[in-house]
Design a protein around this ligand. Structure first.
Ligand SMILES: [Zn+2]
Length: 461
């Protein structure tokens, strides 16, 4: 499966910063701004701002202006100003005291500095940071982060920070200090789909199709037992993904699970359907109910954006001209993690002639796999059991190697076989009790995979 560390490096996060929707600003301009301008024209020296210090640059001006005025708005129920009332109820229910301020963290900011710049009580800050939950979610701030406070004369009444797309830190003033808690926000899941054809790289095709790196990496993870995403991807390969989109407050905030996917690799089609059984076990299955998992991964390297920079049609000339080559070479950056292709036991871990630093695993069915030229080993020892996907070492160029790469061999009864084409035994199918359930879930998803061209035409409008 996909490896979290690489993930953070490769995954382009969806920006979900709680930017104020434009229409609020429009409400402000239409409902408040114009009357205020009129007032200003009548009484030129009139100061329309209540006793708040003028916010500095870090403040989102739209938000703050709106809120300063929101405080002066008529209470809901006052029919004399219907437009203003609409804006007021949306932004700040009138019964909440104080005014709202959105602070945006700048480079070099500490919380202390942020509070000072916005004329907020640093005693309050210290008291808030005494709370474990608050400290946990406020300790680390980075430029661009937003912290929303409701304040009155610099006193903090409330503080909120978005922790993740579905979680918010909520700090409130009480009679004797502050309380802090995290609150889950409901996300709405909407079905979505995307389809693409590979012209140069899988990631470019994904970008063209409008899906994130994360989703395409997940897709590669789903088909990791059938397709070698590092060596077998060709121009013209196609994919279709039916997935969830997560929405909050009318905005798309993230891509969720892949519900169904198809990958057509060199003319061969692979399909997978997500299914959660009654025991809450989630996995992907072929349309006829077999697990996509197999005893061996096709490629023992994590497919990543870094390795995808190789042109899929280009061969690694030097590495592939070695005569009587008994394995597969994967060119990859030094340090790229190498994974156990299947469950097994370490039977060699150390130097091995031209192989350099090598690991050999013994698997069931008298199969062994060998991983060579490692720069270093992951923790482990001879006799240790490993699970499929466990990291056993890192790519390097030790031994007879022309550059950093993984040399991978697969043997059955001592005979070399091509790990990319060897027939792998089918994994266990779904339990018969779940089959009817699975078919009920799979049917509409398979229809969506079948209907892709039509959907494509629809989405282009
Ligand atoms: Zn080799």
């Amino acid at each position: 499966m996909v490896e979290p560390q690489r993930y953070t490096r490769d995954y382009k996060p969806v920006v979900f910063a709680a930017q104020r929707p434009m229409h609020r600003l429009l409400w402000f301009v239409a409902g408040i701004g114009i009357p205020l301008i009129c007032i200003a024209l009548i009484t030129p020296s009139n100061n329309t701002e209540p006793n708040q210090p003028t916010p500095v640059v870090a403040v989102d001006p739209g938000t703050d202006m709106l809120d300063i005025d929101a405080g002066a708005m008529p209470a809901p129920g006052d029919a004399s100003a219907p437009i203003a009332e609409a804006a007021a109820t949306e932004v700040a229910p009138a019964r909440l005291p104080g005014t709202e301020l959105t602070m945006i963290v700048r480079r070099g900011d500490s919380l202390d500095r942020l509070f000072k710049r916005n004329h907020l009580s640093r005693t309050d800050l210290a008291n808030i940071m005494d709370l474990k939950v608050a400290r946990q979610h406020l300790r680390l701030i980075k430029p661009g982060d937003e912290i929303v406070v409701r304040r009155e004369q610099g006193r903090i009444l409330r503080l909120e920070r978005t922790i993740s797309i579905s979680e918010v830190l909520n700090v409130r003033r009480t009679d004797d200090g502050f309380t802090a808690e995290t609150r889950r926000e409901a996300l709405e899941s909407r079905p979505a789909h995307a389809t693409g054809t590979i012209k140069s790289s899988l990631f470019l095709a994904a970008a063209d199709a409008g899906i994130s790196d994360r989703t395409i990496m997940n897709l590669a993870g789903i088909f990791a037992w059938d397709v070698d995403f590092m060596l077998d991807i060709r121009q013209g390969d196609q994919f279709t993904v039916v997935y969830e989109e997560m929405w909050k407050d009318g905005k798309r905030v993230a891509e969720g699970n892949i519900l169904a996917a198809e990958f057509i690799n060199q003319g061969e089609s692979f399909r997978a359907i997500r299914f959660e059984d009654a025991g809450s076990r989630v996995d992907y299955f072929t349309p006829d109910g077999k697990s996509v998992r197999k005893a061996f991964l096709r490629a023992p390297l994590t497919f990543s954006r870094i390795s995808s920079n190789f042109n899929p049609r280009r061969r690694h000339p030097k590495l592939n001209t070695i005569r009587a080559h008994k394995g597969v070479d994967y060119a990859a950056a030094t340090g790229t993690p190498i994974r156990a292709a299947g469950d097994g036991k370490i039977i060699h871990r150390g130097r091995k002639g031209g192989y350099g630093n090598a690991v050999i695993l013994q698997h069931g069915g008298n199969i062994t796999t060998l991983y060579a030229h490692m720069s270093r080993f992951a923790s482990g020892h001879i006799g240790k059991r490993v699970r499929q996907g466990d990291i056993i070492g890192y790519v390097g160029s030790t031994g007879l190697a022309t550059g950093p790469h993984l040399h991978y061999e697969y043997r059955r009864n001592g005979v070399h076989l091509n790990p990319r084409t060897v027939k792998l035994p089918d994994a266990a199918p779904l339990k018969p009790d779940y089959l009817a359930d699975f078919q009920r879930v799979a049917a509409p998803l398979l229809q969506q995979l079948d209907a892709t061209p039509t959907l494509l035409a629809d989405s282009s409008t």
